[in-house]
Design a protein around this ligand. Structure first.
Ligand SMILES: Cc1ncc(COP(=O)(O)O)c(C=O)c1O
Length: 387
């Protein structure tokens, strides 16, 4: 296991940075305090014992069937309730899949760059993690096809097909089909982490891999669409994987919080509330993504190239001046009051020395403009010539 540069940086000595594009937290102003307070009060004042008692490792039966209904609609395929497992955040889903599927020496494919929490969850299995490069259309399936043709035999391929953390890229429909075909041909499981799929604010919906591929473990949850503090996530898995996953979950934490599950279940009973809440989230993220990327285009031409996301919380940025490394830029920006995180934090092989992951979720549009002005000042300080 390696320590998180991100956490160490955020907890590094000195005063906290005034502004941050480093973290990946949802904005507090989008937390539905009033609705949750009302539902929690109903549950607790009504002495709903099941909200406070242990529950089963698979999850609350009603919540599982509600999730199965949502997935059946979204995946345009029948998803039986028995294939749904409620998890303590999606992070646990990744961990459980790794534990039950991977032995030392096995191969797991990930996007490079990839979600750093997945790297951390998969590392203790002893599996060999093989990164496959990405571009604006997500994981490059031609590279994956070449690796497979060369004889690499992965057990699984983990990726965020929508608005990936950290790259912000979305896997194109053509590549989704190619990945589905490769997974059938070579017999590996696709682990589709869809934390951000509901946060599309631009462009056309693309069907998830779970709609088109064979064996898919689909992971998602309520952290990014309600609140991460509830720690309620879920997965749907092929039938043959459900029992091992549930056994591993029993060993890991017995069950996910009953109170959290019952709150989420009550929310799922309110479809109109969801429509309004998701619309609010999408409008916040759209406005912030535009504020960030417009400011980069206006203030950092020739210095930073940023990928415009169509949803989610992250934009990937490449430093165009070879003389400026992310390490130097980050240290200088930090002195000027801005926290940034290097692209290398999300790399399988410690590459991306000239990249940053920019998270626009928690700053207002005005603050995002200020943050970009600090990056411009940091480039100036480093003697980078203005384009
Ligand atoms: C891609 C991805 N997967 C999983 C997680 C973990 O989320 P949680 O455990 O809160 O559901 C995150 C959190 O940022 C994420 O970005």
């Amino acid at each position: 296991m390696r320590p998180s540069a991100l956490r160490e940086m955020l907890s590094a000595g000195g005063p906290p940075a005034r502004l941050s594009l480093a973290g990946g937290l949802p904005p507090e102003e989008a937390f539905p305090f009033a609705t949750l307070a009302e539902l929690a009060s109903e549950l607790l004042s009504g002495h709903d014992v099941r909200a406070l008692q242990y529950t089963s490792a698979e999850g609350e039966p009603k919540l599982r069937s509600q999730i199965a209904e949502v997935l059946t609609r979204d995946h345009r395929r029948e998803v039986a309730t028995e294939r749904v497992v409620v998890t303590t955040g999606s992070q646990q889903g990744i961990d459980l899949v790794g534990r039950v599927m991977l032995d030392p020496g096995d191969v797991a494919i990930v996007e490079d760059p990839t979600y750093v929490g997945a790297l951390r969850a998969l590392a203790p299995t002893g599996a060999r993690i093989v990164g496959v490069g990405c571009d604006d259309d997500g994981m490059d399936t031609d590279i994956l096809a070449a690796l497979l043709a060369d004889g690499i035999r992965p057990k699984l391929c983990y990726l965020c097909a929508n608005f990936s953390n950290p790259s912000g890229a979305t896997l194109s429909g053509t590549r989704r089909q190619a990945l589905a075909d490769l997974s059938r041909q070579y017999g590996f499981v696709i682990v589709e982490d869809d934390q951000y799929g509901r946060l599309r604010f631009r462009g056309e919906h693309i069907d998830p891999l779970a709609s088109i591929a064979g064996d898919v473990v689909y992971l998602s949850g309520f952290s990014k669409v309600v609140a991460p503090g509830l720690r309620v996530g879920y997965l749907s898995a092929p039938e043959w994987l459900v029992r091992p996953i549930v056994l591993a979950k029993q060993a890991a934490d017995l069950a996910t919080s009953s109170l959290g599950q019952r709150l989420v279940s009550r929310l799922l009973d309110l479809p109109d509330w969801w429509d309004g809440h998701l619309a609010l989230l999408r409008s916040i993220y759209a406005e912030r993504a535009d504020a960030l990327t417009d400011a980069v285009d206006a203030q950092l031409p020739g210095r930073l190239r940023v990928r415009r996301p169509e949803g989610g919380m992250f934009a990937w940025a490449e430093i165009l001046d070879d003389a400026v490394t992310s390490t130097a830029l980050i240290a200088t920006a930090r002195r000027l009051g801005l926290a940034l995180v290097p692209g290398s934090e999300f790399s399988v092989a410690n590459t991306f020395e000239h990249a940053l992951r920019l998270s626009y979720s928690t700053l207002t549009p005005a603050e995002l403009g200020e943050a970009v002005a600090i990056i411009a000042a940091a480039f100036d300080d480093l003697g980078s010539v203005r384009a």
